[in-house]
Design a protein around this ligand. Structure first.
Ligand code: SF4
Length: 317
């Protein structure tokens, strides 16, 4: 227990009652670490017609890579430019190259080797993070990543476990795909992270909690919890402009997110409790732009409840 702050949550040295990325990486690397977003020029089978066309309905035309500087330049330039931006906020921070845009394992292994090997060979990098779809990750890839000397993180969009939402939002992947991908990461000792979205159309709080429970049972190393962002350059954003539908309020989001934190394993790293879209493209909800306020409200709500991450976690036997 942190006696000074009277915080009963063990994985924290601040007032945070959940296991933040900042705390976890300082413990791992004894240094401030920032993820540096990159665009390696991949596409996505949910856009190119292999699985479907049009993509997930909330996804921007940049495939979640809207904030990347120099996205058309070489990966090395992107890394340098985006690391410099991070260092304006955290001088001397180390960078984890984060291959963010689209599906970064959606290519033959030989091409993946060409893209990732130069980053594995750099001395100034402690780990590599790769975002991809759960149905775009193979055992052959897992084997190769597991042989690299640096830690590899695989990040997968789950969003929701509910088939009706997956269909309505055109995810073109299922909860079973997530299960297989995380099991593959566990088998090959790769680090894994699942992304979920709260506030998807027609989802109830019960459904969102079921998604969090599924993640708790699968037990990836980390989770990112996002609020649904409606972006101007997304299908769902355009639909909302034509016919607005209800979105979660900040209070509802905070309450649901705290309920989810309470049932997640205490050691699971909570990489995010808010999203990170491009402000100029955001249609709604506008409160998501105030990330510090969202995080503060979550802190206050956990304190008010006398609660913390994992308080009601029940391990899957
Ligand atoms: S969210 Fe990911 S999987 Fe869905 S369309 Fe965008 S890049 Fe593809």
């Amino acid at each position: 227990m942190n006696q000074i702050l009277d915080n009963p949550f063990p994985y924290s040295n601040t007032n945070k009652r959940y296991h933040t990325f900042s705390y976890a990486t300082k413990e791992m690397y004894h240094h401030k670490v920032a993820k540096i977003p990159l665009n390696a020029g991949f596409t996505c089978p949910n856009r190119d017609g292999t699985k479907s066309v049009g993509g997930c309905r909330f996804c921007s035309s940049n495939g979640s890579g809207d904030t990347i500087l120099s996205a058309q330049s070489t990966l090395e330039t992107q890394f340098t430019d985006n690391l410099k931006r991070a260092q304006q906020k955290w001088p001397d921070c180390l960078g984890i190259p984060y291959f963010q845009s689209f599906s970064n394992t959606y290519a033959p292994l030989e091409l993946l080797k060409k893209i990732y090997t130069p980053f594995y060979q750099r001395d100034d990098i402690v780990a590599i993070a790769i975002a991809t779809r759960t149905d775009c990750f193979t055992e052959e890839q897992a084997k190769w990543f597991s042989k690299q000397e640096k830690t590899t993180w695989l990040e997968f969009g789950l969003q929701s476990i509910h088939d009706e939402t997956a269909k309505a939002m055109n995810f073109a992947h299922s909860a079973q795909d997530a299960k297989k991908a995380i099991e593959l990461c566990h088998r090959y000792h790769l680090k894994s992270c699942l992304h979920i979205i709260n506030g998807l159309p027609n989802e109830t709080e019960k459904m969102m909690l079921e998604t969090a429970k599924f993640v708790a049972d699968l037990h990836p190393d980390a989770i990112k919890i996002h609020m649904l962002h409606l972006l101007d350059n997304s299908v769902l954003g355009q639909e909302w402009k034509q016919q607005p539908f209800d979105l979660l309020t900040l209070e509802q989001y905070v309450s649901i997110t705290c309920d989810q934190l309470e049932i997640l394993p205490p050691e699971m790293i909570i990489e995010r409790v808010t999203g990170d879209g491009l402000a100029s493209d955001l249609l709604a909800p506008l409160w998501t732009q105030k990330k510090t306020i969202v995080a503060n409200e979550i802190d206050k709500e956990l304190l008010r409840r006398n609660s913390w991450q994992g308080k009601y976690y029940v391990a899957n036997k």
